[in-house]
Design a protein around this ligand. Structure first.
Ligand code: ATP
Ligand code: MG
Length: 139
């Protein structure tokens, strides 16, 4: 994936609560172009692989259980400075600390169930994009 792309997931809490449309609208209004998208559900093995970097953390089991608990929407987003700008748009991991108007401030319930994922580097954006989408699915 090019360095102007990031990978997002609308997490199970936000999908269940009916926030797909609201979140995608905010993403579009912020100037991101959707270049790949699907609704899917992570398997246990898939979630463990996606979040492998956190496997020694005390919340890993809870994180995998939550991320496999229902459907998600995965998407690749394109914009200049996509990784950093998208993390600004979503706000802090803990919604109690997320800036007003950010996606997590508006839609997240807790530090664990926090509505959206955003890649944390260009390198991980590419790995995560390829985790969810084959080459012909990335426009
Ligand atoms: P994400 O990677 O989902 O975009 P992030 O980069 O803001 O979130 P990370 O530190 O990568 O935060 O943590 C990954 C995910 O693990 C968080 O989004 C959250 O769902 C969960 N998580 C992080 N810290 C905690 C915690 N202290 N307790 C429970 N869950 C947590
Ligand atoms: Mg992260």
């Amino acid at each position: 994936m090019a360095t102007n792309r990031t990978l997002t997931m609308i997490k199970p809490d936000a999908v269940k609560a009916g926030h797909i449309g609201g979140i995608l609208n905010q993403i579009n209004e912020a100037g991101f172009r959707i270049v790949a998208m699907k609704m899917t559900q992570l398997t246990q093995a898939g979630a463990e692989a996606f979040y492998a970097v956190h496997k020694e953390r005390p919340f890993f089991g809870e994180l995998v259980e939550f991320m496999t608990s229902g459907p998600i929407v995965a998407a690749i987003l394109e914009k200049d400075n996509a990784v950093a700008d998208f993390r600004t748009l979503i706000g802090a991991t803990n919604p109690a600390e997320a800036a007003e108007g950010t996606i997590r401030a508006k839609y997240a319930k807790s530090i664990g169930e926090n509505a959206v994922h955003g890649s944390d580097s260009d390198e991980n954006a590419e790995i995560e994009g390829n985790f969810h989408f084959g080459g012909v699915e990335q426009f």
